[in-house]
Design a protein around this ligand. Structure first.
Ligand SMILES: Nc1ncnc2c1ncn2[C@@H]1O[C@H](COP(=O)(O)OP(=O)(O)O)[C@@H](O)[C@H]1O
Ligand SMILES: [Mg+2]
Length: 357
């Protein structure tokens, strides 16, 4: 059994991380395909897949619930496209005491703004979705595609997003101790709110106050959930797969990523180097000699192109070796650049084969 196959066999959660554009979504989907082919019940949470891939996965219509996808596998494959807003609503519904509280929050304008725009929300909801699918018991493996955030590991911080939200001064005013549950806001606090209203507008403050009042009593549930999520990220059956391309800039990002993972006491179990150039049966030296000897002839251009490609490929190999040094315990899987975009089940299955063979 190859190492990547073993990785799939022995984990319940695989989180694909890396900078945008390297093939994270593709690798996530292909990993789930490989798991389904190995007989597992796999689900992949994708984020912003290319339209044609979403079509192929049957999730083109924005939908937050897993869809079963037919294909040549003995297990099952489901896919869900993360919808941040509906996931947030689901979380609110889960923690609310009753339907009325949930509706009060979900209908609140401040909430609607926050749930869509607060930085880290998408990351938070990605890990939340992961938690939900993992807990459902319906799947042997949950594969998560992480959002293309600028901050490499925003999703690790994601469970803490709530604390940031609850650091909001309005929340502290509304929930300050000694005044009982949100009924009366004392005069001093009212003055602060009035001043705030002068800056941001009374409606905004009213909505924010209403939101935090409605939120009252739910923080604990949220916090417990955040802690459970942090635990799941650190579980020994959770693996991080770092996706990179062999180009210099993404290798640098990947190394930064490894350091950040390390700081969080986590390790990458695998590094997937995507879009490798084809293996060439020559060395840079020989290809250059050939280019020199054929210069000016009809084959001169082709020989020079081969020499350039060989040099690029050798540079790629060096950088990959550096990356391997930075993550000595991680297995390396190389995936060549395919001729076409990966946008259907067949090409995903092909990537799955390349990862696991
Ligand atoms: N090995 C590959 N060969 C050819 N095209 C690829 C390969 N991996 C990814 N792609 C294509 O590159 C584009 C970006 O890949 P994607 O997985 O969406 O990247 P990310 O999620 O990291 O932004 C997509 O159009 C995808 O089909
Ligand atoms: Mg993507």
């Amino acid at each position: 059994m190859t190492d990547y196959r073993k990785l799939i066999e022995s984990h319940r959660v695989i989180i694909c991380c890396g900078t945008g554009g390297v093939g994270k979504t593709t690798t996530s989907a292909a990993t789930a395909v490989a798991a389904a082919q190995a007989g597992k019940r796999a689900v992949v949470v994708t984020i912003d897949p290319a339209k044609r891939l979403a079509d192929a996965l049957g999730i083109a219509a924005l939908d937050n619930t897993p869809r079963l996808i037919d294909g040549p596998w003995s297990g099952s494959l489901s896919a869900v496209m993360l919808d941040t807003k509906s996931t947030f609503d689901e979380v609110v519904r889960r923690h609310a005491h009753d339907e009325a509280q949930a509706e009060r929050i979900i209908g609140n304008r401040f909430y609607r703004n926050v749930s869509g725009t607060l930085s880290g929300t998408q990351d938070y909801m990605a890990v939340e979705k992961l938690n939900e699918l993992h807990d459902s018991g319906h799947y042997d493996l949950v594969v998560v595609d992480t959002p293309p955030t600028r901050d490499a590991l925003a999703f690790l911080e994601a469970p803490k997003m709530l604390s940031r939200l609850l650091d909001n001064p309005i929340y502290r005013i509304v929930t300050a101790p000694g005044r009982g549950p949100f009924k009366v806001i004392n005069t001093a606090a009212q003055q602060v709110l009035r001043q705030l209203a002068r800056v941001v507008g009374a409606t905004v403050v009213d909505e924010a106050v209403a939101f935090f009042q409605a939120f009252e009593g739910m923080e604990e549930g949220f916090r417990d959930r955040a802690n459970a999520t942090i635990e799941l990220l650190g579980d020994e059956r959770t693996a991080f797969v770092l996706v990179a391309s062999p180009r210099a800039d993404t290798i640098d990002e990947a190394r930064y990523f490894l350091r950040r993972l390390h700081c969080a006491d986590l390790n990458a179990s695998a590094v997937v180097v995507n879009r490798m150039l084809p293996q060439l049966s020559t060395t840079p030296k020989r290809a250059t000699e050939l280019a020199v000897s054929l210069a000016g002839s009809a084959a001169g251009g082709a020989a020079q192109a081969l020499a350039d490609l060989t040099a690029t490929s050798a540079g790629d190999d060096l950088r990959i070796a550096e990356l391997q040094n930075a993550a000595p315990d991680a297995l390396t899987a190389r995936v060549p650049m395919l001729h076409d975009d990966v946008h259907d089940i067949d090409s995903l299955a092909k990537i799955a084969r390349l990862l696991t063979d």
